[in-house]
Ligand binder design. Sequence first.
Ligand code: AHR
Length: 340
Amino acid sequence: MPRNASTRSRDGSRRRHASVLLLTCAAIAACVFAFASCSKKSSSDSGSESKPLVVGFSQIGAESSWRTAETKSIRDEAKKRGVDLRLYDAQQKQENQIKAINSFIAQRVDAIILAPVVETGWEPVLTQAKAAGIPVILVDRGVKVSDDSLYTTLIASDFVAEGRMAAQWLAKALNGAGNIVELQGTPGSAPASDRKKGFEEGIAPHAGLKITRSQTGEFTRAKGKEVMEAFLKAAPGQVNAVYAHNDDMALGAIQAIEEAGLKPGTDILIVSIDGVRAAFEAMVAGKLNCTVECNPLLGPAAFDAVEMVLAGETLPKNIVVQDRVFDQSTAAEVIDSREY
Ligand code: AHR
């Protein structure tokens, strides 16, 4: 073989070896990279520390300023804790809340926070969440289910006690006698039935106190006004007091009373529930007499509960939020300290 030819052949074989080596290195690098991304994906799937908690929140809607404050509290707290919050507004419809929960289950969220619009009809979807191993934290309103293991805990005010406190305040202000009209909350909701029950219990010892009319104002200012207009037309001059299941309806009733040429807070006493800022303003203006607080700032407690249940801790079935009564005697003094 000519010398040149043998040199060329040795050079060619060296080049072939180099290319094989390069290809092998590239293949190994590709495998290592693929393995690394595979293991990264599976570790994030199984909830490694670097992955944020994913929490679904099924909210009722935005019917009142109380509800808006609750949504803000949950949003703010999620942001503070670095939680990936998936918030669905159900526009007052239970079917939309059920759809949201089913979608949270499909998304394999770590936990679900639910503010249920009504009390009944939750068993099937909560059973599915439980089967998927997703804990459900109820906030603000309770549900009626035969098996209370379908949810982890309920963080809420005692609505019956709120109704009772409103009744006791009004019984005293009316000296135990008078005609009361009632603006109820959303039919079938825990606060509507419990606040009615508590109020009826509270006025029961006073034979002179009567609920002469009672209708839903759906927890909204517009509907509260509309219903109050109808009450005033149906019994002119015969309404001594209004009991509204929330401040927004009371504020609507105030408008109706003024438009009827009467003085709210004087001609007709008004007591309601929630303790939102606008209610304090109305008390300072002498138009609302009393509001029973119902604290909507449930974000911190809700995410504490989420973190505890995911850490395997057992929570009490009921976490009761403490509320107070405010009337015109302290409204001006405390208004600036109100957080919602
Ligand atoms: O469930 C709490 C009630 O719902 C609040 O009192 C009311 O304002 C809201 O819409």
